[in-house]
Design a protein around this ligand. Structure first.
Ligand SMILES: [Zn+2]
Length: 79
C-alpha cells in the first residue's frame, strides 16, 4: 500500500515538474518581447524610443541601433 502512495506521489511530482518546465519554457521564449517594466529610452540620434535591452549604449549615450551609435560618433568627429 505504501508503495502505491509513493508511486502516486511520484506521478504527481512528475506532472508538476512537466508543468513547471513547460511554464518556464514559455516564459523564456517570450523574453524577446520587452517587459513593460523595462526602461524605454530615446535614441540620441533619431529620437526613437527603444527598450534598454534592444538598444545600444555607448559613451553613456543611448542609441536605437549600433548603426546610429556609430553614426552619432562620426557626426561628432566631423564637427
Ligand atoms: Zn536611432
Amino acid at each position: 500500500m505504501i508503495f502505491r502512495l509513493l508511486l502516486l506521489f511520484l506521478i504527481i511530482w512528475f506532472l508538476f515538474w512537466i508543468i513547471k518546465k513547460q511554464f518556464l519554457g514559455t516564459s523564456s521564449s517570450t523574453q524577446q518581447i520587452p517587459d513593460e517594466s523595462e526602461d524605454i529610452i530615446p535614441c540620441k540620434l533619431c529620437g526613437t524610443h527603444v527598450p534598454r535591452s534592444l538598444g545600444v549604449k555607448k559613451d553613456d549615450r543611448f542609441y536605437c541601433s549600433q548603426e546610429h551609435a556609430d553614426q552619432y560618433q562620426t557626426d561628432l568627429d566631423e564637427k
